[in-house]
Write a protein that binds this ligand. Sequence first.
Ligand SMILES: Cc1cc2nc3c(=O)[nH]c(=O)nc-3n(C[C@H](O)[C@H](O)[C@H](O)COP(=O)(O)OP(=O)(O)OC[C@H]3O[C@@H](n4cnc5c(N)ncnc54)[C@H](O)[C@@H]3O)c2cc1C
Length: 283
Amino acid sequence: MNTGLFRPASVAEALALLARLPEARIIAGGASLVAMINARLVDPAALVTLAGIEELTGIAEAPGGGYRIGAMVRHRDLALQTRFGGTLAVVQMAAVQIANATVRNMGTIGGAVAHADPGLDYPPALIAADAKIEIAGPGGRRQLSAQEFFVDWYATALQPGEMVSAVHLPAARPGVGLYHKLARVSGDYATVSVALTMAHDGEAIDTRVAIGGCGPTPLMIEEVNRLLSGRPSAQDLRRAGELLQDAADPVDDVRGSAEYRLMLIPRMLARAYDEARVRGGAT
Ligand SMILES: Cc1cc2nc3c(=O)[nH]c(=O)nc-3n(C[C@H](O)[C@H](O)[C@H](O)COP(=O)(O)OP(=O)(O)OC[C@H]3O[C@@H](n4cnc5c(N)ncnc54)[C@H](O)[C@@H]3O)c2cc1C
């Protein structure tokens, strides 16, 4: 049973509350947490809302390029971003495809990454974009790559008493960023998703791919990125799909069988790769 709602005005105050009340749970947008409370999956002793912390709001341009996205930035605000060009478009494109307008108005990027549901749209997009997650804790601030941050089913590198304070995007690179999601119906979680960035640097082409919905954490394989960078042959593309299939660890659930998900991986990869190549003007 809830015994209290705490509304800190700063990250330091929030961290002090988490240290004092180890059974308390952070609430951000509440989209997932309230559903879990209603379903009696969790029963936090207290809730610490981040809604009053100014530092966690807003999207700031970083001095060397890139952006710092406060943990409380809503999906809606990222979906409406017009500043994310080039490779960073992958993040905006993922935000647009989250659920429906109601959930996008409630949910936050910090809440989504902390929740770490394998069907979420941001995790693969942030990995493809080479984003970093900023963590605030009793020992100060630290940053982890999105790839290091997601560690297992619904599990992240957050330690007790820590919270997500921001997500950092690197400077956009010229090229293409795209996010393809296959869901049973519009607004559902992904059965399988593909996040892909293709950066053009003169003649060089650098491709990064992350697959969502096919295991505990988004799947990114350096060998796949290497195969798809430059000007890959049809055989390279096929090999990349096979490598991802081999490494995937999907489950059977209401959104599709493991077998179906494995079948989708090379098909969705090829479609995303072809679209990126055409949009990027590569031959
Ligand atoms: C009906 C429905 C459909 C959805 N469909 C999709 C979808 O298609 N795609 C998609 O990507 N998502 C989907 N979601 C999830 C949505 O994106 C949520 O908003 C998100 O997962 C959680 O964000 P939140 O801000 O609401 O977090 P909350 O619900 O407030 O919190 C979620 C969890 O994260 C913790 N937490 C929150 N913020 C922080 C923080 N800053 N630091 C540390 N821990 C924190 C909380 O303690 C809790 O455990 C859906 C949700 C619902 C209810």
